[in-house]
Each structure stands twice: as structure tokens, then as C-alpha cells.
Design a protein around this ligand. Structure first.
Ligand code: GTP
Ligand code: MG
Length: 264
């Protein structure tokens, strides 16, 4: 057994409240990365037959959280990972990391959450990370910020947009009245559609939608990763029994992304 595998085998079992057996649903149908109600059949079969390749062993998916300062990036991660909330603002310096382990369709799956700093003076540090990141990247953008389109442009400049799944997250939902929220949501859905992102609204103070959101991220990341693994192993086999579409890892978006405009 390799050292890496034995290191993994000493990890404690995945927490029971991180087990995902069903595909978690989108938040708003009009701004979803996909609207299917179950995991892809090829993915389900691969999981049953334990043919998920590096997914489930040492593969770790990265989630990069970006957005303006004080929009609530760190609090969102802390609410999910530690079930904690701090009302005092402590700016992130550079980048912090959290690891979160799931079990999806019986397969262990880890997300590494990159919590970047929103302050302008740390922005160059964050962009170094986008550049250095290998493999799939899943980027969130916080809604409650005037320059979120700027973050988006910067992050996409460093990444192939087709390899990135975007989530546009409206934070601090508890602070708006229902009437204010309705207006915010309309604008957010428009922006999400424009940038081909999935929209969510969350509150780290109350915990509303936080777990649902991360479960959805983990599930879509897992599905994309397994499909990519199947495609890789499919292309290595001679005379495949199962034909795997060469575009199958690009599940959710085939349309060319529009250049984001300036904020209104
Ligand atoms: N009411 C309310 N306040 C929140 C919520 N989320 C975060 N806050 C507050 O907003 C402030 C900033 O939160 P952070 O999570 O530190 O913001 P950040 O985006 O990580 O900021 P940087 O690290 O500077 O980029 C803190 O005072 C939090 O308590 C929320 O859901 N509701
Ligand atoms: Mg922070």
C-alpha cells in the first residue's frame, strides 16, 4: 500500500451529517447550473461499481471564495465548517484554508475551501492562488458588493471559464426585509444568468441555506469530477463498452460567457 493511501486510511470516518445520498436541489430554478433532480446515471453506476478513479482516494477539489471585504466570506465558511458565527469583523489576511470531508453516493470526497481576503491590498495574493491552482476550480462571488463583477473578471482572467463552476452568493440575508430582498433577488438572478452562475442567498447569522448551499456545491463538484475521471479512463480503454462523450465533463454550460459589464 502506498504511503498516501495509508495516510488516508487513518482518517476518521466522514461525519454523519456530511453524507449526501440524493442530489441537493438548486435554490432558484431560473439561476441554476442544472435543474436535474438526480445525479447523472453514469456517475451513480460508477459509484456503485467503485469505478471513480482518483475521486474518493486522494483527489481534493478546490473552492475559491472571493468578493469584497466584509461581505461575509469567512463567516459563511465558519458557519458551515464550525457551526460558529462571530459578529466582530476580523479581516482575512492573504488566504485561509479549511478542509471539509463529505461522502457522496458512498464515495469519500473532500473540498478544500480557500477563503481569500477582500481587502484591495491583498488582492494580488488571491490572484496568485487562482493562477497556481490546478484542476477544477469552483468560485463563489458574493452579491452584497458593488464591485463583484471586477472580482469575477479578475478570477476568470486566470482560469479557463469552461472549467469553473460559478456560484453567486447573496450573503447576510437576515439583514434585508422581505420587500428589499425581493428586489435584491431579482437583480441577483439577472446577474447570475449573465455570468452563468448558480444563485444562492444565505445567512451565516441564522444559518439559513448554508448547509444546503455547501451540499449543492459538493455534489456538483463531485459529479463533474467523476464524469471527468470516467472520460479519462474511457479514453485510455481500447474498445470501450460505454461510450463517453468527450464533452461530458462540461456538463452545465456550453454557451460562451458574456463579458461582465460594469456595475449599475
Ligand atoms: N447580520 C449578519 N452579519 C454577517 C453575516 N455574515 C457576516 N456578517 C458580519 O459581517 C462582517 C464581515 O464578515 P466576514 O465574514 O469577516 O467578511 P469577509 O468577507 O471574510 O471579509 P474579508 O476577510 O475582509 O474579505 C462581520 O462583522 C460579520 O459578523 C450574516 O449572515 N448576517
Ligand atoms: Mg474574511
Amino acid at each position: 500500500m502506498s504511503t498516501r493511501v495509508s495516510a488516508m486510511s487513518v482518517l476518521p470516518p466522514v461525519r454523519r451529517d456530511r453524507v449526501i445520498a440524493q442530489l441537493p436541489q438548486y435554490f432558484r430554478k431560473e439561476a441554476a447550473l442544472h435543474t436535474k433532480d438526480d445525479f447523472n446515471n453514469k456517475v451513480k453506476t460508477a459509484c456503485q461499481e467503485q469505478r471513480t478513479g482518483t475521486v474518493g482516494r486522494f483527489k481534493i477539489s478546490k473552492v475559491i471564495v472571493v468578493g469584497d471585504l466584509a461581505v461575509g466570506k469567512t463567516c459563511l465558511i465558519n458557519r458551515f465548517c464550525k457551526d460558529a458565527f462571530d459578529k466582530n469583523y476580523k479581516a482575512t489576511i492573504g488566504v485561509d484554508f479549511e478542509m471539509e470531508r463529505f461522502e457522496v453516493l458512498g464515495v469519500p470526497f473532500s473540498l478544500q475551501l480557500w477563503d481569500t481576503a477582500g481587502q484591495e491590498r491583498f488582492k494580488c495574493i488571491a490572484s496568485t492562488y487562482y493562477r497556481g491552482a490546478q484542476g477544477e476550480r469552483f468560485v463563489y462571488f458574493n452579491l452584497c458588493c458593488s464591485i463583484c463583477r471586477q472580482w469575477l473578471e479578475d478570477a476568470l482572467k486566470e482560469n479557463d471559464p469552461t472549467g469553473v463552476q460559478l456560484f453567486l452568493v447573496g450573503t447576510k440575508k437576515d439583514l434585508s426585509s422581505p420587500a428589499q430582498y425581493t428586489q435584491i433577488e431579482q437583480d441577483a438572478i439577472k446577474l447570475a444568468q449573465e455570468i452563468t452562475a448558480e444563485y444562492w442567498a444565505v445567512s451565516s447569522l441564522t444559518g439559513e441555506n448554508v448547509k444546503e448551499f455547501f451540499f449543492r456545491v459538493a455534489s456538483l463538484a463531485f459529479e463533474t469530477n467523476v464524469l471527468a475521471e470516467l472520460e479519462k479512463s474511457g479514453s485510455r480503454q481500447i474498445g470501450n463498452v460505454i461510450k463517453i462523450n468527450s464533452n461530458s465533463n462540461n456538463l452545465y454550460t456550453t454557451s460562451k460567457k458574456k463579458q461582465p459589464n460594469c456595475c449599475q
